[in-house]
Design a protein around this ligand. Structure first.
Ligand code: SF4
Length: 187
């Protein structure tokens, strides 16, 4: 058994039969820990572990990374678009074509009535660089609005204020190399 280290009560994580490990990065926060996802002999994802060779985390993961593999089969996970015709009706499954057509139609409707910049997009912080680039092109080049921002800007605004007030720096003033030199580390 492995034990999560960031909770008061240890969480038991069963070590399962792993036929192969797939290298990736943790998708939860911008620390970017290197992670290995374990697949069983049927190709099903069964566990995750930190990658020992990565300077970012040196084999360690927080509890979110340790449990990352549970995302893939978690109950209630969205696997298809859901739509409804009226606000009081329940959502029902829809095809991707139908969902995308309706979304595009509604965006056009809003922009025709209120102008192109009446529509705004806030992206997630979990995209990769190439995905951010593509979304930026889609938003500004195709949808045609300048109102595009990311969750990364919004969440870092409060973090930067905190850094500035606490340390006088507008970013984290330390670096991983400092760990090797400090006599006191609070985590
Ligand atoms: S393992 Fe934890 S610290 Fe590392 S990237 Fe994932 S969420 Fe962030």
């Amino acid at each position: 058994m492995l034990f999560g280290r960031t909770t008061r009560k240890p969480i038991a994580i069963p070590v399962k039969e792993v036929a192969q490990w797939k290298y990736t990065t943790c998708n939860y926060c911008s620390t970017g820990c290197a992670i290995e996802i374990g697949l069983n002999d049927k190709g099903k994802i069964v566990t995750s572990r930190g990658h020992a060779g990565a300077d970012v985390n040196r084999g360690k993961l927080c509890i979110k990374g340790l449990l990352e593999h549970e995302l893939f089969d978690s109950p209630g996970r969205g696997t298809m678009p859901l739509m409804r015709d009226k606000a009081h009706l329940p959502f029902g499954p829809a095809s991707w074509d139908a969902a995308l057509d309706r979304t595009a139609g509604k965006i056009k409707e809003i922009q025709a009535k209120y102008g192109r910049d009446s529509f705004a997009i806030v992206s997630t912080g979990q995209l990769l660089t190439e995905e951010f680039y593509t979304l930026g092109k889609l938003v500004r080049g195709q949808i045609g609005t300048n109102n595009y921002d990311g969750n990364t800007t919004l969440c870092m605004a409060s973090a930067v204020s905190g850094y500035k007030r606490s340390f006088g720096s507008d970013g984290p003033p330390g670096c991983y190399g400092d760990f090797e030199h400090t006599h006191c580390l609070m985590a």
